[in-house]
Design a protein around this ligand. Structure first.
Ligand SMILES: C[S@@+](CC[C@H](N)C(=O)[O-])C[C@H]1O[C@@H](n2cnc3c(N)ncnc32)[C@H](O)[C@@H]1O
Length: 244
């Protein structure tokens, strides 16, 4: 429902641009041969780390639901029933990264498939991913903590647990919706924890991180005036690194 048409997906440009900027700017700070990335609660969606693949050795894609993990396995194994992410990979590699030609994005698909490992996750578990792993150089999470957490205290505790999985100097990037109360899928309407940028900053700072990047992408005027599928004010991207 949300990821079927790259050309009509107005989040992809913001998401892809910011994640690419993060990896381009900060990947020289880590050793590519050993660096591991965690996408926390990635659902069935591979979009956050398309640009990361050349800069890390392993990508752990964690997802809460079994059918989400199955979707990622299908795509990794190039199964004919998998969701077709190729228009998105093509867009990120050809347009955002500027590497032209079909070979460039097709190679990226192969690279992603070779680096992804699937895990399960639950922000309320003491160790939020299974199998339990830590020492990540970078953790990404998008649109997930505000869906999973019931209160701001739960959110802060979740951020702390994620930061504990990072190496000293490791990066955490959170893409979240500003002040959203609900979103809809084919299965129904889902409540969301309302969050603001100062709150997310507070959470990462309390977890011993220093904020490096923040950027806001406001919703189109029509969507703000007439919220049907969701009612957020903007998408916000925040990246920070662990100093203690
Ligand atoms: C809006 S989706 C976001 C998925 C994906 N990261 C993206 O960018 O589209 C919210 C996700 O939160 C997950 N979720 C729900 N409860 C959770 C929990 N307790 N721990 C971790 N994730 C949870 C759902 O399975 C779902 O995939």
């Amino acid at each position: 429902m949300y990821y079927s048409d790259q050309e009509k997906d107005w989040l992809i440009n913001f998401r892809a641009k910011l994640f690419n900027e993060l990896f381009m700017k900060y990947s020289p700070k880590w050793d590519r041969k050993n660096a591991r990335l965690l996408d926390f609660s990635g659902g069935p969606v591979i979009l956050n780390y398309i640009s990361a693949a050349p800069h890390v050795n392993e990508i752990v894609h964690s997802a809460y639901k079994e059918d989400e993990r199955k979707e990622i396995e299908l795509w990794k194994n190039d199964n004919k029933d998998a969701h077709d992410w190729s228009p998105y990979v093509k867009y990120v590699v050809n347009e955002i990264e500027g590497l032209k030609g079909d070979a460039a994005w097709q190679e990226r698909v192969a690279l992603l498939r070779s680096k992804i490992k699937v895990a399960s996750c639950n922000v309320y578990d003491e160790h939020p991913i299974t199998p339990a792993e830590d020492s990540f150089s970078i953790i990404c999470t998008s649109l997930a903590l505000e869906s999973a957490c019931k209160t701001f205290d739960d959110f802060k505790a979740g951020v702390k647990k994620l930061v504990q999985l990072l190496r000293l100097g490791g990066y955490i990037s959170i893409l979240f919706v500003e002040e959203e109360t609900f979103y809809s899928t084919k299965e129904g309407k889902w409540a969301v924890l309302q969050l603001s940028l100062p709150q997310v900053q507070e959470a990462v700072e309390e977890a011993s991180c220093v904020v490096l990047m923040t950027e806001r992408d406001p919703m189109p005027i029509e969507s703000l005036e007439n919220p049907i599928l969701f009612d957020q004010k903007a998408f916000i991207f925040l990246a920070a690194y662990k100093v203690k």
